[in-house]
Design a protein around this ligand. Structure first.
Ligand code: NAD
Length: 260
């Protein structure tokens, strides 16, 4: 379905971004991977996606906490893939503490990676999309872009901000063949959430299974984690022709979290 399309997926060396990259490549899209991690593991992922799907898969290790590296990522993808049809802003980190104990450097880093990087990449990629009269921008927001929880002030501010970017870009591109949407996952079992489970198990003196079920019971009525492939499937749909008039939407994938 996406044969010949070129996609950039930030933060795709792990978790949700990897799931989205896998889903796009499986539909025939060429993919520029980005993110941190072990070089051999990243090369293994790159080669596997390219070989299995007979597509071009490249890697750029830009540090998206830096504005010049965000722009360089987009320029590199345009140069090596030829164009960018799909931009998925997904890279993100978490830190948990009450606001009066929240380290200033963690605030600055979360705002830079989870929010500002999307401004920089969209700003750099839009002119090419506008020239071609088509494009798909997908931002990984969160249920925390729609509602808050205690102790995650930077993450929640950044995710509400990315919802704002999504709506603004959707309006600015409404007649140009480009769509911009936000996916808002609840709990997805990735390393980012595993750390919160491990911290909770240690804090409450409970085992991992109990920590997982308490985490889900608190917020996610379905009692199940979303799979990274579920988010990948939704990203593929948002790139399809059938989604041509979905723009500026916040789409929860949260087992009922935000229905409460
Ligand atoms: P993850 O830790 O598995 O993956 C994060 C990715 O971002 C990795 O590839 C990492 O290398 C990359 N990254 C981190 N800092 C970076 C930087 N400075 N420059 C470039 N890349 C960087 O986490 P995840 O759970 O897959 O999270 C992905 C996105 O989904 C994040 O934006 C997160 O906020 C969002 N999200 C996750 C959940 C969840 O339950 N896991 C829920 C809602 C939203």
């Amino acid at each position: 379905m996406l044969k010949g399309k070129n996609a950039v997926v930030t933060g795709s060396t792990s978790g949700i971004g990897e799931g989205v990259a896998r889903a796009l490549a499986a539909q025939g899209a060429n993919v520029m991977l980005n993110g941190f991690g072990d070089a051999a593991a990243i090369e293994k992922l790159r080669a596997e996606l390219a070989g299995t799907n007979k597509v071009t898969v490249l890697y750029n290790g830009a540090d998206l906490s830096k504005s010049d590296e965000c722009e360089a990522l987009i320029r590199d993808a345009e140069k090596r893939l030829g164009s960018i049809d799909i931009l998925v802003n997904n890279a993100g980190i978490q830190f948990v503490a009450p606001i009066d104990e929240f380290p200033v450097d963690r605030w600055n880093m979360i705002i830079a990676i989870n929010l500002s990087s999307a401004f920089h990449t969209i700003r750099a990629a839009l002119p090419g999309m506008k020239k071609r009269g088509s494009g798909r921008i997908i931002n990984t927001a969160s249920t925390h872009g729609l509602v808050a929880s205690a102790n995650k002030v930077a993450y929640i501010a950044a995710k509400h901000g990315i919802v704002g970017i999504t709506k603004t870009v959707a309006l600015e591109t409404a007649t140009s063949g480009i769509t911009c949407n936000a996916i808002c996952p609840g709990w997805v079992l990735t390393p980012l959430v595993q750390k919160q489970i491990d911290d909770r198990a240690a804090r409450e003196g409970i085992d991992e299974a109990t920590a997982k079920s308490r985490l889900l019971a608190e917020k996610q009525p379905s009692g199940r984690f979303t799979k990274v492939s579920d988010i990948g499937d939704l990203a593929v749909y948002l790139c399809s022709d059938g989604a041509q008039n979905i723009t500026g939407a916040m789409i929860p994938v949260d087992g009922g979290w935000t229905a409460q």
